[in-house]
Design a protein around this ligand. Structure first.
Ligand SMILES: Nc1ncnc2c1ncn2[C@@H]1O[C@H](COP(=O)(O)OP(=O)(O)OP(=O)(O)O)[C@@H](O)[C@H]1O
Ligand SMILES: [Mg+2]
Ligand SMILES: [Zn+2]
Length: 510
């Protein structure tokens, strides 16, 4: 007689339902797990055996075969322990007839029989629901995260004794619930506010545009001009997340094991600021059990590369692909997996190695070759994926000493939220969320311009010797500026402003 239970495996950010078949037969006592298990799954044998024994059950002295189906899905980690134990306990009649029906199990076992939390519960829970498995038994540590999925009955258990008593009807466990509305309200305040930044109105305006349309930006300015200060304040103006965005980002954080106490739904856009010694591997992710890299952890949020030329050339080159494709593909034995990576790149750079090129004091001694070499670390194709070039000059005395109140982040954010809403509505049928995602073939439809605007663009091209590649960038940014104004039409002013943000095209030929 074969007894079946259900569990789930992770593949990228998607879950796959796995059927666990348990067979007990007479013969030499033994315990085998088949169905392409990796080393961690094989270790699960020892954990399950010890957990059952140490929970006052008798481990069956029979020939036990566990099959994890389908066999062609690669199975990793320790998530199947609980399902395997449930199968064996059912087969040895500790769990009564039909008690397992409709249930799925997720969890790792300790040798003493307690159930431990695992990573990636949210995506797995979503897949189980899709397959009609609405009842889930898992560790108390994972209960809040799993309860984010509506229409699921979540039963948290401390140990396998609890599980058996619950399934046999001897113990009552109420389905676990969380206050989803409370979590979504997210009243937390940001640490930094744009009101702290004196002057710098051009830079603030450019960052407002960038946040509204999720445009990639590069900030160019001498040391101490406030580039890092400005970037750190971006989270306070990023538009609110939609529930779909939250869920998708939470899936990634769940797999990365980054959902900490009380934060089981990511409701604020990520802001990642990796150090410049970071490797290409931690940027894009990977590994034997694939984990998402910084680009995926920045999904629907910001990846901030401060002092971009300090990053290794290899890291910067690797960044091109996710910026283009909005996802990363990791090849590995048994196929490729994809992690989403729709991020907004924010970077900063000094104008030369010493930082003071163009400074009125004339203290820069860098020669043209040094400057070229320094800026050249950011390759043309990478720079080409950046929509806005923001010049951040040192703040003047009048600005820094002025006592007038600066505009708050909250005021900026309310305009940005409105502009983002326009985009969400406009692109509802296109499967995109914001202007920076517009593909070249969508641009004529959504960024239509009149004769006057075209003329202006043509002049700018000739005068500033802009590359043809800059054309689409200018139109997309102009689209966002019009959205901030609440206008469907792109006007001359919008185009003129967008052209201002291509200063690196004009200044340097990298
Ligand atoms: N506009 C400003 N208003 C108020 N304070 C400012 C402003 N600009 C700079 N500062 C002050 O100067 C400090 C240095 O700024 P920040 O570190 O952001 O400069 P940076 O451009 O990142 O320099 P570097 O290129 O050396 O990294 C800030 O922490 C802040 O205290
Ligand atoms: Mg800095
Ligand atoms: Zn210099």
């Amino acid at each position: 007689m074969i007894y079946k239970t259900n569990t789930c495996a992770l593949y990228g950010i998607e879950g796959h339902v796995i059927e666990v078949e348990a067979d007990l037969s007479n013969g030499l006592p033994g315990f085998d797990i088949v169905g392409l298990p990796d080393a961690a799954v094989r270790e699960s044998r020892e954990r399950v055996r010890a957990a059952i024994k140490n929970s006052d059950f008798l481990f069956p002295q029979k020939r036990i075969t566990i099959n994890l189906a389908p066999a062609d899905i690669r199975k990793e980690g320790s998530i199947f322990d609980l399902a395997i134990a449930a199968g064996i306990l059912r087969a040895s009649m500790y769990i009564l007839n039909e008690a397992l029906e409709g249930f799925a199990f997720l969890g790792e076992l300790s040798l003493n029989g307690s159930v431990k939390g695992i990573k990636g519960v949210l995506p797995m829970c979503l897949s189980l629901k899709e397959k009609g498995l609405r009842k889930l038994i898992l560790s108390c540590d994972n209960a809040d995260e799993a309860a984010l999925v509506n229409d699921m009955e979540i039963y948290p258990v401390e140990n396998i004794m609890d599980m058996v008593d619950f399934l046999n009807g001897k113990k009552v466990i109420k389905p676990h619930k969380v206050d989803l509305e409370g979590i979504l309200k997210n009243n937390s305040t940001e640490e930094y506010d744009f009101a702290d930044v004196r002057g710098q109105n051009t830079a603030k305006r450019a960052l407002e545009i960038a946040a509204a349309g999720a445009h990639n930006v590069i900030m160019l300015g001498p040391p101490g001009s406030g580039k890092t200060m400005l970037a750190r304040r971006l989270p306070s103006i990023l538009p609110d997340m939609t529930f779909e965005e939250s869920l998708e980002v939470t899936k990634i954080y769940s797999i990365a094991g980054l959902l900490k106490d009380k934060l089981y739904l990511v409701t604020r856009r990520p802001f990642r600021s990796p150090h410049h010694t970071m490797s290409a591997g931690s940027l894009i992710g990977g590994g034997r059990v694939p984990h998402p890299g910084e680009v995926s952890l920045s999904h629907y949020g910001v990846l901030f590369l401060d002092e971009m030329p300090e990053f290794s050339k290899n890291v910067l080159e690797v960044l091109r692909q996710p910026l283009e494709d909005e996802c990363v593909t990791i090849s590995r034995v048994g196929g490729t997996i994809t992690f989403p990576a729709k991020l907004m790149l924010v970077s900063s750079i000094n104008p030369c190695p010493c930082g003071y090129y163009g400074d009125a004091s004339g203290r820069c001694n860098c020669n043209p070759a040094q400057i070229k070499n320094y800026l050249g670390r950011i390759s043309g194709p990478l720079l080409d994926r950046i929509d806005l070039h923001i010049e951040v000059p040192p703040v003047g005395f009048n600005d820094i000493s002025c006592s007038a109140a600066e505009e708050s982040s909250a005021a900026m954010k309310s305009r940005i939220n409105k502009a983002r809403k326009r985009q969400l509505e406009r692109y509802e049928k296109d499967g995109i969320y914001f202007n920076s995602q517009l593909k070249p073939k969508q641009i004529p439809a959504y960024c239509t311009i009149g004769k006057k605007e075209k003329e202006l663009l043509k002049n700018a091209f000739e005068r500033f010797n802009l590359s043809a590649r800059a054309y689409n960038r200018i139109l997309k940014v102009a689209r966002t500026i019009a959205d901030l104004e609440g206008s469907e039409n792109i006007k001359t002013d919008n185009i003129a402003e967008a052209i201002q943000y291509r200063s690196l095209d004009r200044k340097y030929t990298l």
